[in-house]
Design a protein around this ligand. Sequence first.
Ligand SMILES: NC(=O)c1ccc[n+]([C@@H]2O[C@H](COP(=O)([O-])OP(=O)(O)OC[C@H]3O[C@@H](n4cnc5c(N)ncnc54)[C@H](O)[C@@H]3O)[C@@H](O)[C@H]2O)c1
Ligand SMILES: O=P(O)(O)OC[C@H]1O[C@H](O[C@H]2[C@H](O)[C@@H](O)[C@@H](O)O[C@@H]2CO)[C@H](O)[C@@H](O)[C@@H]1O
Ligand SMILES: [Mn+2]
Length: 442
Amino acid sequence: MMNKKSKIVLVGGGSTWTPGILKAMTTHLKQFPLEKITLYDIDEERQKVIGEFAKILFKEEAPDVKVSYTTDEKEAYTDVDFVFCQMRTGGFEMRDKDEKIPLQHGVIGQETCGPGGFAYGLRSIRDMEKMVKSVRQFSPDAWILNYTNPAAIVALALDKIFPKEDKVLNICDQPVNLLRSFASLIDFDANDFEPVYFGLNHYGWFTHLYDQTGKDRMPEIKEIILNGGFRPVDAEQRDQSWLDTYAMVEDMLKDFPEYLPNTYLQYYLYPEYKLSKMDPNRTRTDEVREGRETKVFNECRRIVENGTAKDSSVVHNDAHGDMMVEVAASIAHNLRKTYVVMVRNNGIVSNLPNDSMVEVAASLGANGPHPYAVGEIDTFYKGLIESQHAYEKLTVEAYMEESYTKALQALTMNRTVVDAKKARKLLDALIEANKGYWPELN
Ligand SMILES: NC(=O)c1ccc[n+]([C@@H]2O[C@H](COP(=O)([O-])OP(=O)(O)OC[C@H]3O[C@@H](n4cnc5c(N)ncnc54)[C@H](O)[C@@H]3O)[C@@H](O)[C@H]2O)c1
Ligand SMILES: O=P(O)(O)OC[C@H]1O[C@H](O[C@H]2[C@H](O)[C@@H](O)[C@@H](O)O[C@@H]2CO)[C@H](O)[C@@H](O)[C@@H]1O
Ligand SMILES: [Mn+2]
């Protein structure tokens, strides 16, 4: 079975993350043998730079794998086993607005949380719906592995729009990235953790981190963080804003010592403090454009010019690429490894709505995710998650029903907004900024 070679298409082939994912593919060929890789993007220019780099990388590392790139949907989606999807509708130009418009209204400006995530969500759903329909037209049985953000809203929307789909899986790399960082504190291999995790995407908690002997290592990890703070395992590659974000885990742990939180909870638990640290004129998009985007595209151009990727330092493996490839391998070869993924609740967390898309640990094999039961959660977490789920659901309904009222309800529900007058002003500004991307809300 392991000899079966997979055929992949990477949607958003011109993404800043693509070179890292391609690199991870070259280092995982034994676990995940490949027949062909197609890169697909709507932006021809971005796609060409990364596509030419891909050809060189594979010529040097795995010449048997067929590599191509295209802006043609039919060519991209025909005869594939896996669709890796990581698109950004509106690009960094719109991410910039997602972050800066809320800040102009005195609200957190973030890619996936608060009004920024709401705006990005309403943009992503339309392109994601179109992608699923096109993939099904040309490759009815392909697995669609989605990373496109805001993954929480995308996951819920796809579940509502395609309720019978059982080969779409939404995933985030933040849990695995956190696991790697926790593991480094106790000199442990993150792959050996058996985690218990619950929540919504970018809105969850680890409750246990068992090792191979069955011992829960969480108490010891919490102690280390409370005494010495917390940094990402790849701290040397991180911008200051990510180091500040990881450092907030210590604050969250001091206030709520029960579980280890996802870093994104900082925006919901400390909106005023986080807002005071944000600069409305310079947000994460500026950092990414000047940093990762510039570096990745310059490096790919340099590699294409030199005709070799052998000396490249930018194209490294990280949690993101590794996880995308390992998750696909677990499905393709029925490895039944455990990953934290998004699935319809249906009783996994017994006191949360059945139709929420929860993020939990699941065994992942050829028949998809088999999630582990979590059971009942306590009032604090239940309350937080239920309000966030209501916000997500109203956002999806606003899209599906093209409803201004539901959109206003969604923003008012969000913990980073709360005030309805503020929500209305924000909504009107976001409608103006997202013309052509959002459905018209009536
Ligand atoms: N789930 C996670 O944990 C996780 C982790 C990292 C990145 N991401 C997501 O991955 C995506 C890419 O991030 P990035 O920072 O590299 O952005 P990026 O803008 O560099 O890349 C996105 C690419 O998608 C292309 N694109 C836009 N709309 C498209 C469409 N309809 N069809 C095909 N391609 C399309 C763009 O042209 C661009 O080249 C984002 O959605 C980001 O939020 C998710
Ligand atoms: O602000 P960005 O574009 O740098 O990142 C936004 C993404 O952040 C998380 O991803 C982490 C990822 O977990 C880690 O492995 C590493 O690759 O860094 C990324 C951030 O730099 C988050 O899970 C994603 O959803 C965000 O898109
Ligand atoms: Mn994520």
